[in-house]
Design a protein around this ligand. Sequence first.
Ligand code: SF4
Ligand code: SF4
Length: 165
Amino acid sequence: MSLSVNFWEHKTLQEMNNDEWEALCDGCAKCCLHKFIDDENQDEGRPTDVIYEGESIVYTNIACNLLNTKTCGCTQYTTRTKLVPDCVKLTKVNLKDIFFMPPSCAYRRLYENKPLPKWHPLLNKGKKSAMHAANQSIRNKTVNENDVELEDFEDYIVMWPLSDD
Ligand code: SF4
Ligand code: SF4
């Protein structure tokens, strides 16, 4: 693996090599939750995350069927976008879509010129334990998409994916 020292502090996202790009992911798996754009309910007090001009993203705690909810890892990582068309594979080319990622997402934070959160694995010897302890992963918080009826998605709206500290 080719990682320069504290690369996230002195390289832009565009300047990172592939290993650095991959290492930047905290493995929280919040991006594997079902979410939807809410463009008309901002006054109803529902948890939303404004993205642009009146449009918000609403998170649920419904997890993709391919997610291992204990490790927070994708069980089909290399073929994920073929198996799950909605799976967003963030790349240097589609960074404009970064606002579909949660506020704690390391890519989004660097894109917004924010530092990595103190619980990020890169700041904790590569361990995810600080992230889990800070309640920043999806572990023990989700339901499987196969156990939920599509029309009931609104019952699973949650705010915790929007926390970043
Ligand atoms: S939200 Fe961002 S940092 Fe967390 S797992 Fe997804 S891509 Fe990685
Ligand atoms: S396919 Fe894998 S990476 Fe994509 S949403 Fe599902 S679990 Fe997450």
